[in-house]
Design a protein around this ligand. Sequence first.
Ligand code: ADP
Ligand code: MG
Length: 679
Amino acid sequence: MEEDKISILKEPVTQIKGVGNSRAALLNKLGIFTIEDLITYYPRDYEDRSRIKEIRELEDGEMAGFKGIIASTVIESRPRRGMTIQKVLIKEENASITAVWFNQSFLKNVFRVGEKYIFFGKISKNYNTITVQNPVYEKLNNNGSMEKVCRIVPVYPTTAKLTQNVLRSIIREALEVAAHELVDSIPDWIRKKYNLCHIQYAVENIHFPKSDEDFRHARYRLVFEELLRLQLGLYYIKNKLNTSKGIEFSKDIDIEDFCGILPFKLTNSQKKVLDEVIGDMESPKVMNRLIQGDVGSGKTVIAMAALYKAAKSGYQGALLVPTEILAEQHFKSVNELLSQTGISIALLTGSTGKKERAEILDKIETGELDVVIGTHALLEDRVVFNNLGLVVTDEQHRFGVRQRAVLSQKGNNPDVLVMTATPIPRTLALILYGDMDISIINELPPGRIPVKTYVVDDSMRDRVNSFIRKNVMEGRQVYIVCPLVEESEVIEGTSAVQLAERVSAKEFSGLKVGLVHGKMKPDEKESVMKKFVEGSINILISTTVIEVGVNVPNATIMVIENAERFGLAQLHQLRGRVGRGTHQSYCILYNRSKSSVALERMKIMQKTNDGFLISEKDLKLRGPGEFMGTRQHGLPDLKIANLYKDLDILKKVQEAAGEIIRHDPALKNFSFLFQEFYY
Ligand code: ADP
Ligand code: MG
């Protein structure tokens, strides 16, 4: 290779025929600057113009192509000022169809009676007339080569003033001048083993595939490469973290002392996870560990054990949680347990009073405080630690990677522990948490009575209501969750505000009904929640603000309105709010949808309590929920891969990544695969 000759790939787009400064400016708007950007600007969709039908086979509403002979001159009408309509009759054997365009007077000079054309467009049929609106067309010639019809045509995300046709021809031109310069970054042995086509073939066929099969080959290759870069990049980061020097917490602090003060014995699964955590903490490497465990599996106690170890070794620990309610609950339980061991603990949230805050900040800075539990308030600049050694984040999917990093940077390579109740299939976890080691708690503490789940419709309302009343009379508490805060004209669904008004006046008159939703001020929310926790509210009506973490063991019924509107993983989280005490608990799902997918999802909820199983089914039926978004996880945007649809490819990628890592643990020969990877 000639070193000083820059590749045509890196040349600006203006090197392409037909691209002047104004088109270049439009391309720049799309993030396209170089020729390489152009040829890696992938279509968002395709129009299959490859199948040509007979006119009489055309169906109402479809996008379709057909050929025929021009049977009339172009007839123009002018229904109103500024608008003209062009119509032409097309015949083929005994069938005919009218093509219709708007404001395209020039067509009068295009079509000649008797010429043969191929058309492609949206078909509409009513009674005996059949028309095609605004079709693309191409004259049938004898050499058979077609550009616009008779093929699969790419559709790009574009911007005003840059038409699909123009963008297509620019990209086609770019491919012609530069595709051969593309160097394949995946080594031959991997390409062979995983049946990956060459990069040049892939790029050409992602834009202009000649068949479905070519397209599938091309896409498979490009998705594979994108995921491989990501997976190896994450591995690289993890590896770097593993080798950077962290804190060695004291081996003399015996975690058994901590276990001795617990009112219960750890489950085997908790023991195993705790061993892994303590192992990390005692080793000189920086711990970066994710604990996955279903709701109620007992993750908090692992966090407490780690905080105990950190504090007793002379370091400070921080526990970051997403809501104030959760922070308070954690503070209460951690404080009860750890204060008897002489560890000092404080709670810091957005509503901590000014004076108290100043005191706490001061004690964090001097090191007088061992453990701080708090919300986003912990991330503020004014929170300065004396000697931060351990950062624990609960319910991590609510925090981005960056927020985690902000807290870590307040210490000197502190150990990091992340806890999540969002069960994710392993394949996805390896990408979304690819920079972390993963521990899984896969059993619940003994003696839990599984929640009974019922799927009902409105006809059952009276029975459900009297069941609720009966339970409240027996001293239990009830959650009712609605998808909406206020009634909306756009989406149908039960609103929390209206439901609360209605039931406190009617169905549950005489009982204490509380309302909490995301549009309330934090202190209002807090005070309602507090009343529920204390037991002075019987029935809590809410939106999903209660989804995360709250623990009210006396609550035994979870009613979910419009359950069809929630993701399965979310329903599972909500259901996890009950079944925390000694009484039998119930989850009642109101389903208003008759769709077979909705019914199947409800059935899954009824059948299983296993969060991992549920999230896998959810993925299959619904696609990844919000928490799957790569952005939220701090990963770079994916250009072509889709973590949900491409799960099978991801599995192969992980296998390949494993092989690569075995051959070359430091990735010396593969750094090019993730050179653009940033973190
Ligand atoms: P999650 O994993 O959802 O955060 P928690 O840590 O809040 O679950 O634990 C749920 C409840 O189970 C708490 O009340 C906790 O005290 C209790 N718990 C945790 N571990 C055990 C155990 N090994 N045996 C009995 N109860 C336990
Ligand atoms: Mg928890």
